[in-house]
Design a protein around this ligand. Structure first.
Ligand code: 5GP
Ligand code: MN
Length: 337
C-alpha cells in the first residue's frame, strides 16, 4: 500500500479507523487527528481519536474534542478494544512508537494497516503507508496534503479547516519560526478559504490563560531564567514544588522555553521540568544548531532541528548537572553558527 492510489483504493471500502497522537498532544497532534477523523467520517468510515494522555485546556475547544478517548484517564480497556479491532491505525505527529508509551505495543501487535502522517526527523519504519515530510512545518499541513491527494479537498469544511489551521499556527509559533514558508502560508490561506477563522483560533489558543499560568511565567522570568553567555544558552529548571505552587496544569509551561531564545545573542534555550512521570526537557535553538541531535544523544528524545524534547529518569538536579556537563561539547558549535 505504498502508493497513494493503493491507499485511496483501500479507503473505497468503509473501514474502522483509530487515530493516535503522541503523549501530551499539542495543537498540531490533536488538530491533525480531529481534522482527519472528521474527514474519514464524511467518507463513511468509523473514526476514533485516542490520545495516550490528557492535554491542555487551550486546545480542548477543537471540534470533535468531546469524542476523544484519553487512554490514561478513560478506561484503557476501551481504547485497547478500539485498537485491536481497527482496520487501520493512523499515527499523527509522532513517528517513534515509544512516544505513545504502552499504546506502542498495542500498535505493534495490531493486525490493522498502519498509516504514518508526521514531520519529525528519523521516523521508525513501521507504517504501511507514509505521508512523511521532515521539512514540513506541521503534521496538519500533511493531513491537508493527504486529503488533497486523495482528491477530496472540497470535503474540507470549516470544522476540519479550523483543526488543521490550529496545528499550523502553533507549530510555526504563530507564523514566526523559520519553518514558515510560502507553502505553509498558502495552505493556511486555503484553510481560511475553507472556513477557518484565524482570529478565533488564535484567541482560543493564546488568550485563554489562567492567572496562575501568567504568575508562573512571571516567576520563571524574574527568578528562574539562567543565562550562560559563554554558551549562548538560557535555561530554566522547575521543581515539582514550584509547579505545584502555581497550580500548574497540563500545558501551563508550553511556550515558556521560547522566552530564553528571545534574548539577544542566545542560540539555545532549554526548559527542564520535574513531571510526575519523569524529568521532561524542552529544547529550542536558532539556526543550524540541532537540538534534535542533542536530545537524541543525551536525553532519550528527538524532534526537529530547532525544536525537540526529551526526558530522563534522573532527579531534577542530576538532569541539570548532566545538561551543564555536556554544554562544553557544544561550545564551538554554539559560538560559531
Ligand atoms: P516540546 O518541547 O514542545 O515538548 O517538543 C518539541 C518538539 O519535539 C515537538 O515537535 C515534539 O513533538 C518533539 N518531541 C518532544 N519530546 C520528544 C521525544 O521524546 N522524542 C521525539 N522524537 N520527539 C519529541
Ligand atoms: Mn507537529
Amino acid at each position: 500500500m505504498e502508493k497513494i492510489q493503493e491507499f485511496k483504493k483501500y479507503l473505497n471500502t468503509p473501514r474502522k479507523a483509530v487515530l493516535l497522537t503522541h503523549f501530551k498532544p499539542d495543537a498540531d497532534a490533536l488538530g491533525s487527528a480531529l481534522g482527519l477523523a472528521q474527514y474519514l467520517k464524511k467518507k463513511g468510515h468509523a473514526a476514533q481519536v485516542i490520545t495516550p494522555s490528557d492535554y491542555p485546556d487551550f486546545i480542548s475547544w477543537m471540534p470533535g474534542n468531546k469524542d476523544v478517548l484519553i487512554f490514561q484517564k478513560d478506561k484503557p480497556e476501551k481504547a485497547t478494544r478500539f485498537i485491536n479491532d481497527a482496520d487501520v491505525i493512523f499515527c499523527l505527529d509522532f513517528s517513534c512508537l515509544n512516544r505513545i508509551n504502552e499504546l506502542g505495543d498495542l500498535v505493534r501487535k495490531s493486525t490493522g494497516k498502519k498509516v504514518l502522517v508526521d514531520h519529525h526527523l528519523e521516523p521508525d519504519k513501521f507504517a504501511d503507508f507514509e505521508q512523511w515530510d521532515g521539512t514540513a512545518a506541521s503534521t496538519a499541513e500533511l493531513v491537508f496534503k493527504l486529503i488533497d491527494e486523495l482528491g477530496d479537498k472540497t470535503l474540507i469544511d470549516g470544522e476540519i479547516a479550523e483543526c488543521l489551521y490550529a496545528g499550523i499556527v502553533t507549530d510555526t509559533g504563530g507564523f514566526r519560526h523559520s519553518n514558515t514558508t510560502h507553502q505553509v502560508l498558502k495552505i493556511a490561506s486555503e484553510l481560511v478559504e475553507h472556513g477557518a477563522d484565524p482570529y478565533k483560533v488564535s484567541k482560543l489558543i493564546y488568550d485563554t490563560n489562567t492567572i496562575e499560568r501568567l504568575r508562573l511565567m512571571g516567576f520563571v522570568l524574574s527568578e528562574k531564567l539562567k543565562v550562560l553567555p559563554e554558551y549562548r544558552t538560557a535555561y530554566v529548571a522547575l521543581t515539582a514544588d514550584e509547579l505545584r505552587r502555581f497550580g500548574s496544569q497540563t500545558g501551563d509551561t508550553e511556550g515558556l522555553v521560547n522566552y530564553g531564545l528571545s534574548i539577544k545573542g542566545i542560540r539555545l534555550s532549554v526548559l527542564i521540568s520535574d513531571r510526575k512521570e519523569n524529568i521532561k526537557l524542552s529544547l529550542r535553538s536558532l539556526g543550524n544548531f540541532s537540538v534534535n541531535d542533542m536530545a537524541k544523544a543525551h536525553f532519550d528524545g528527538g524532534g526537529h532541528r530547532n525544536a525537540a524534547g526529551g526526558q530522563t529518569s534522573l532527579t531534577l538536579d542530576q538532569t541539570v548537572a548532566k545538561f551543564l556537563s555536556i554544554l562544553p561539547l557544544y561550545k564551538d558549535q554554539l559560538n560559531n553558527e
